[in-house]
Design a protein around this ligand. Structure first.
Ligand code: IPD
Ligand code: CA
Ligand code: CA
Length: 262
């Protein structure tokens, strides 16, 4: 099953290889969609339904939400659409398969960096390079402590009413860790955490398609995630997301966030 999903995702990525995409606004200048997002999503929905007939879908474009099924595909056709539209490298396709209440399989593919991340529950997370054919590597989170950690984060782009609380939390963490980064693609950031490039992650509000696939990749690499209250993530609903390379650092993030939320 995982290799079939990989093949479908690689095929879908050819729809991103065009400069003739049309950009439309979904809700203001920061929230855009391109014709490539729509084309990739249509292709994925068609091919993934044929692969596993009778499954449900949660997809970003047209807000598809049909979850009363044993198996549900959770799809972001392009995570990092603003990056995609500007030619920035960090953007890619996310496909996760949820079985009952758990993520079972995940593929995140960043075609511009030739990084394809896969995970299967209980079997580890891996980085492949389908374009260049460089060797596949098993992924492991870094061992750096919180004080040496770099946090990937953002200022709640689509809900600017949360900018103040986000910046308060980010400044609190920044005072205790090494540095911060913002790549503009939540899935890339969570996969880079899985690779050991970063240690911490905070977003005030994400949609399930932003984090579902990458969350399994991170967990299978030894990392850990939760919502802003420290509870397990629900992959079917919008949620704040905290993630870290180990439980101790995640608990410290939860404590910083709780002190700002209370
Ligand atoms: C967005 C990106 C971004 C994150 C936003 C997401 P999109 O996804 O992941 O990094 O900060 O919250 O919505 O809209 O490019 O698929
Ligand atoms: Ca997204
Ligand atoms: Ca998207």
């Amino acid at each position: 099953m995982l290799s079939s999903i990989v093949n479908i995702v690689i095929e879908a990525s050819s729809l991103m290889q065009t400069e003739d995409f049309v950009i439309s606004q979904k809700g203001g200048i920061s929230n855009i969609v391109t014709s490539s997002d729509i084309a990739v999503q249509e292709f994925l929905c068609q091919r993934l339904s044929a692969l596993l007939p009778g499954c449900g879908f949660i997809c970003e474009e047209e807000d598809i939400r049909d979850i009363k099924h044993e198996y549900v595909w959770i799809v972001d056709p392009i995570d990092g659409t603003a990056n995609y539209a500007r030619g920035i490298r960090e953007c890619g396709i996310c496909v996760g398969l949820r079985h009952n209440s758990e993520m079972e399989l995940a593929v995140v593919y960043l075609p511009r960096t030739d990084e394809l991340f896969t995970a299967e529950r209980g079997k580890g997370a891996f980085l492949h390079h389908p374009g260049t054919g460089k060797p596949t590597k098993q992924l492991h989170v870094s061992k750096r402590p919180f004080s040496e950690g770099i946090m990937c984060t953002a200022l709640s782009l689509y809900h600017k009413e949360h900018t103040q609380i986000c910046s308060d939390i980010i400044l609190d963490v920044y005072g205790q860790c090494n540095d911060i980064r913002r790549f503009g693609s939540a899935a890339s950031e969570l996969c880079y955490l899985a690779m050991g490039l970063y240690e911490l992650y905070f977003e005030y509000i994400l949609s399930p398609w932003d984090f579902a696939a990458a969350s399994l990749i991170l967990e299978e690499a030894g990392g850990t995630l939760c919502d802003l209250q420290g509870k397990p993530l629900d992959h079917t609903k919008p949620s704040g997301v905290l993630a870290a390379n180990n439980k101790e650092s995640l608990d410290r993030l939860v404590a910083i966030v709780s002190s700002r939320l209370s």
